[in-house]
Design a protein around this ligand. Sequence first.
Ligand code: ADP
Ligand code: ZN
Ligand code: ZN
Length: 734
Amino acid sequence: MSRVYLQVALPVPLAQVFDYSIPASFSHTPHIGARIKVPFGKRELIGVIIGVTETPESPLDKIKPARQLIDEHSLFPPQLMQLLTWAAQYYHYPIGEVFSTALPTLLRQGEDLYDNPIHWRLTPVGLQITADTLSRSAKQQAAWQALEPHQSHGISEDFLKKVQIERATLQALAKKGFAEEFGQLAIQTGTPQLKYAESPLVANESQTTAIHAITEHLGQFKSFLLDGVTGSGKTEVYLQSIASCLANHQQALVLVPEIGLTPQTVARFRSRFAVEIVMLHSGLTDRERLRAWRRAYLGHAAIVIGTRSTLFTPMPHLGLIIVDEEHDLSFKQQDNFRYNARDLAILRAQLANCPVVLGSATPSLESLANAKTGRYQHLFLKERAANVSQPTIKLIDLRGQKLQAGLTSALKDAIATRLKKDEQVIIFLNRRGFAPVLLCHDCGWQAKCPRCDAKITLHRNPLRLHCHHCGFSQQPPNFCPECNSKELKAIGAGTVRVEEALQELFPKVPIHRIDRDSTQRKDSWHNLYADIENNKAAILVGTQMLAKGHHFPNVTLVALLEADSGLFGADFRASERVAQLITQVAGRAGRAHKAGLVLLQSHQPEHPLLQQLLSTGYQGFAELALAEREMIGMPPYGYLALVRAEAHYPEMALNFLTEAMSRGQVLDNAPEFWGPIPAPMEKKAGIFRAHLLLKSSQRRRLQQFLHRWLTIVNDLPEAKRLRWHIDVDPQELA
Ligand code: ADP
Ligand code: ZN
Ligand code: ZN
């Protein structure tokens, strides 16, 4: 047999794989997908074997032997290997980093896959003797007595230590031939079974249609867009589809947005199914994450729920993928490996031959376009489940109104009416903190971040200025730095300021503030739910964290303090985002049997987008927006890639992009180039940023171009002097 070499993906910022030979000390050729330790320069790195070859690319005399094989088996099923390899190419990100991203931190660091405690048991000789044989050593006698009843599985050394039996004692027994240590227990893989904890609801007609469509396709690839208004019972469709998947002895993967993974969501899955459910999210310790990952990998976890990167969890019996709130931005990673988990979920389903369901009340225009062409089957839930009607939406004109912390008197009256009836109210705004800016009443000076092109936000308790873009923070000044005036005023209403104003207006009513600052404590959601569930008058004040899938049955009024903030963003997706946000927030009103009211405060109540939303809902808005996108050839009717460059001087980033563009314009299949231009926030954390946008009418042509062009750009001398990256299918042009 001829000699084979290992192709190893290493976590280094290079696109290639690296060749290693198999040292004589290895008893067999390692499996593809296993981790391996290899020498790399002066270091030792842990990589993943992604291929074996008889004809390596590196010269044979340059190939070094690998050092140590970490896994006896592959960590990635073949479909997942394919998915990751494809993603590395498509997003133009180094393959070794992609594989490394897909692994839990502890595995990346070389930790054993299995908890691998050393166990002790008696040898056949040790079983023949009696405790009396060891009467000269009380310690050895105690050890023998502890081991004797547990011959079948042995006892872990950790446990023995807890009962004061030391390793030295056990070794003494081993020396006499009475005891032996042994390694990892046989690994048992699992297959899911369907077990209910409570019976499912009786699905209504549209739910039944959706559930049938999905479950009919179990065992084959098919994409679905579950387009259901808030409260229409999408979750029930997920749950009943998952039930069929489990009945087929297959695992289900559920992806949720970063801030959608609430205890409520998980509780709904847990109360329906008496099966093993694991969660993967950023709040886990490394050890907890590894444990959850391993349960999925071994097939024990029947349902795996998690945020973006959970998509890369190996699941040997994967039978169904669900992406809830598929429009959510958090499915796209915004740094390093800039993948879109929603898009990759489609590919993963295709490779695993299973259905994938994208669900939302406000589907992304991308998914709506795919549903229109028939690539996705479009399933509708048009009515709220359980006969609850849609809320009424009304606009309040902000112009010329006297405001108290951003509240008009019409809104204050509406709040008072609801509270009097012991109902609950949500006040929504998009700013954290007490007041966004510090302003000089005499000269108009505004506090800005010294490192960014951005205003700096005033926080209370403790009183400090914080930049939300770079993390810079400082004491607020006592005098205006421009004119020395003492008249510094906090303007604009952040969550804290609104909370304070409401507390003054309604001193007896509990008020909960929900934003990133208030929810960092672990018990804050818990306290909130306790108060919400007792169904007494209460007010919630929050940022967009409140817009996600929560279920607050007694909320009958939802208000947006500034519905039009965001309408004029630089991004071509700005209006899509605003429409989604308004619709989602409005969906929190009147979820149970009381009628809901939504009040939108706006400085431009006649804005066509707001009017369109009010008269035709999100669907009508989406139709209009799609027509607009088609006209200008923007996604989903065009394909984008964005190059971002950052440098210490503004010209440096722009010059690099100009040079890169001129190298691209002469190539075949060159896309349209837009720019280069300074980024919307040109200066951030003291660094100057510039953008070059590429737009093509065909995905494949753009990809072919990128492969050739990026090789050329990488070799430009300037490319090594600044930081830059490519973002394929960017979600934000920021
Ligand atoms: P969505 O996920 O679409 O926002 P949910 O799944 O949270 O909607 O459902 C909203 C409410 O309607 C929940 O309280 C749920 O228990 C209830 N519900 C859903 N489907 C049914 C049904 N078929 N019969 C009765 N109640 C239902
Ligand atoms: Zn001043
Ligand atoms: Zn800053």
